[in-house]
Design a protein around this ligand. Structure first.
Ligand SMILES: Nc1nc2c(ncn2[C@@H]2O[C@H](COP(=O)(O)OP(=O)(O)OP(=O)(O)O)[C@@H](O)[C@H]2O)c(=O)[nH]1
Length: 279
């Protein structure tokens, strides 16, 4: 932890030894000043640092987490906490700075884990539902088109029974990888559970979503898998597609229609895409 004292009016900054280490600079070659400090704040975080300094003049305290860029290019996270003293006209901030990089990394990793599925690394059901709710809010406000594709592997039980559970897992992992590689970066592929998957497609009309589903169906069909015994096999999927429709739309509604279409696709013989007719 380092200690510092800033005089906002005079643009002066005093640093204790530890801060030089945190910032990756040497006391004999670097002279602290508010200007020099700001030059090392990550450009994307400068605004929130300056806002916190302004707020301190009203609330009496400066409290901000932000990134810094060391001279060697390394990015670190720090937490600054300081009190504000008007001191006549001088405007002084006295506080501490702590390197919280490891803690931030852990936080980001935990957030990543809480939103992804362990086997496939795709987004999990919880994250998918949260994003679907957000997209619905956007749809209601701006009427941006959004579609959903639900898909399910055909006769997956038979694949497991014939080729073994690890081979089934391998199918789920490989198809997930394909989805990550071949969909647009804004699309959100998720494993809802078991062998049931979903794609959330923002800015996508129903018809285009049907084409995306068709592309995925074909991609999956083109894959050849190998069981532990060396048997080669193929798999297929059935997709149901729906889109947000009308001001009364709900998350349950769009999922229900996609699911109904998936079910119709299974009944019609599997390995196909069924697009909602209501839209
Ligand atoms: N290998 C593997 N199998 C799974 C996993 N999750 C679910 N399954 C299996 O997926 C199968 C799903 O079977 P069903 O719901 O009967 O459907 P299906 O055999 O795919 O038949 P249709 O959907 O009607 O084409 C079950 O045998 C589950 O055990 C998983 O994580 N790994």
């Amino acid at each position: 932890m380092g200690y510092w004292r800033a005089s906002l009016k005079a643009n002066e900054l005093f640093w204790s030894e530890a801060i030089y280490d945190i910032f990756g600079v040497k006391p004999n070659t670097f002279t602290p000043s508010i200007h020099a400090f700001k030059a090392m704040v990550h450009p994307e975080d400068l605004e929130s640092v300056e806002a916190s300094m302004r707020r301190a003049q009203e609330t009496g305290s400066h409290d901000v987490e932000h990134r810094i860029v060391r001279p060697n290019g390394e990015v670190r996270w720090v937490h600054e906490l300081a009190d504000y003293f008007p001191e006549g006209d001088e405007q002084i901030l006295i506080g501490t700075v702590r390197d919280i990089t490891e803690q931030k990394k852990l936080e980001l990793r935990l957030r990543q884990l809480s939103r992804t599925d362990e086997l496939t690394g795709l987004y999990n059901r919880r994250y998918f539902m949260r994003r679907l709710l957000q997209e619905l809010a956007r749809y209601r406000r701006y009427l941006r088109p959004t579609s959903v594709v639900l898909f399910d592997f055909d006769h997956f039980k038979r694949i497991n029974d014939t080729h073994g559970h690890p081979a089934g897992d391998q199918v789920l992992v490989k198809v997930s990888k394909l989805l990550r590689e071949r969909l647009r970066t804004n699309d959100i592929p998720a494993r809802l559970g078991g062998e049931e998957f979903a794609l959330l497609l923002p800015e996508t009309e129903l018809e285009e979503a049907g084409e995306v589903a068709e592309k995925v169906r074909q991609l999956v069909l083109d894959q050849v898998f190998t069981s532990e015994e060396g048997h080669r096999f193929e798999v297929s999927i059935t997709c149901g597609v729906s889109a947000f429709h009308g001001i009364e739309e709900t998350v349950e509604g769009i999922l229900h229609r996609a699911d109904q279409n998936l079910y119709q696709g299974k009944r019609a013989g599997r390995n196909r895409v069924m697009v909602d007719e209501r839209n």
